[in-house]
Write a protein that binds this ligand. Sequence first.
Ligand SMILES: C[S@@+](CC[C@H](N)C(=O)[O-])C[C@H]1O[C@@H](n2cnc3c(N)ncnc32)[C@H](O)[C@@H]1O
Ligand code: SF4
Length: 379
Amino acid sequence: MSGIAYLNQGVLSVNPPNRIMNLDKLPFPVRNIEYLGNISSIGTDKVGKRFFRMLAGRGCYGKCSFCSIIRFYAPKYRIYRSPQNVVGEIEQLVNKYGINDFLFNDEIFYEISKKGQMWIQQFVELIKQKEIKISFAIEMRANDIRHEEISLLKSVGLKCVSLGVESGIQRVLDEMNKGCTIQQNRDAIDILKQNDVTPLISFIAIIPTMSFKELKDNYKFLFSLNCFIEENVYNKLNIYSNCEYKNILEKWNLLIEGSSFYERHGYNFYDPKVELFSSIIEDVRVVFSAHKKKLIAIDSKTDNSEILNKFQGEWVKFNEQLWMNITNVLIEAIDNIDINNIEGIKSMEKIYFKFINTQSDFLHNYIDSFNNRKYNFYV
Ligand SMILES: C[S@@+](CC[C@H](N)C(=O)[O-])C[C@H]1O[C@@H](n2cnc3c(N)ncnc32)[C@H](O)[C@@H]1O
Ligand code: SF4
């Protein structure tokens, strides 16, 4: 069987992968309604609370140096299921389960090629012809976002697009081999907003080769987009086995070799101020994650979408402001210290932990107040 690795009398054998070219030959996946997606939709405007995950094809033509997915598929291009096959599965699921929300997990839902454009046209025509009413979310690369396709998809229920924006620093985008410019990212977000489609951005805020000046500019960019989520603030580069970034960090002399194939590689930082920022923001994330669990519990305890929307709207605004404050305060504090003065750093950390605790209490009280105020949640 192609694409598997096994031990043959203690010797590792790897069968080269062989891509399935005709995905329509595969049967539709067996669905178990009990395991339906039911993730918290806090902070996003994805799809309904219960939704089916779907794949409209496999693979991505991108070559991003941090990405683990591209090692999966050789050769690296996208193979589509036929629109008839995908819409047939959607129709079956809607009729059988009465659930109209779908989350496409394709790395990219389509690319701007003749094939991709035709695929979108046929997909949209079929949904219209069959009069299927759905809401769905997809993932895309920013350079493939255009008015033409987005407005077509919007007309048949597109609600949200996940975009790998990754960075507001062109040097870093180039290092990532993203093949997108800062302007393309901004344009893509604008096109989505103009079509009333929610952009859900992914961002790798902390990169070990960054200077502190780049880190500051990066957050300025992130906050200027007006659509960031909490994870964007603290997501940092993971180095998976065999990804291209491993070689880049080796060249910078920053890589720490992992002791096993499965481990993510550790790394040192080029700029000690970036390292300090990275370690403190991670502490904040850990302290705050306990509060977030409580929020998810609130979210999953109500099915009243009107209450939920109000609650989410208020929460999103509050959380955005909180993370922006924390990041800006932290950046300013680190900017002003002499990184060679250990005592200075320690006293800054103390002050900062005090700040985190105050913010943490503030967050705790705020979440608790949801129970007592207008929403009547019982957590
Ligand atoms: C939303 S999807 C990307 C959608 C689309 N394929 C694209 O690249 O624009 C996956 C996201 O996970 C994040 N991610 C993937 N690999 C990562 C890594 N090694 N370290 C940190 N974040 C990573 C990136 O922000 C990436 O954009
Ligand atoms: S575009 Fe997305 S899925 Fe494709 S290689 Fe880049 S990060 Fe990976």
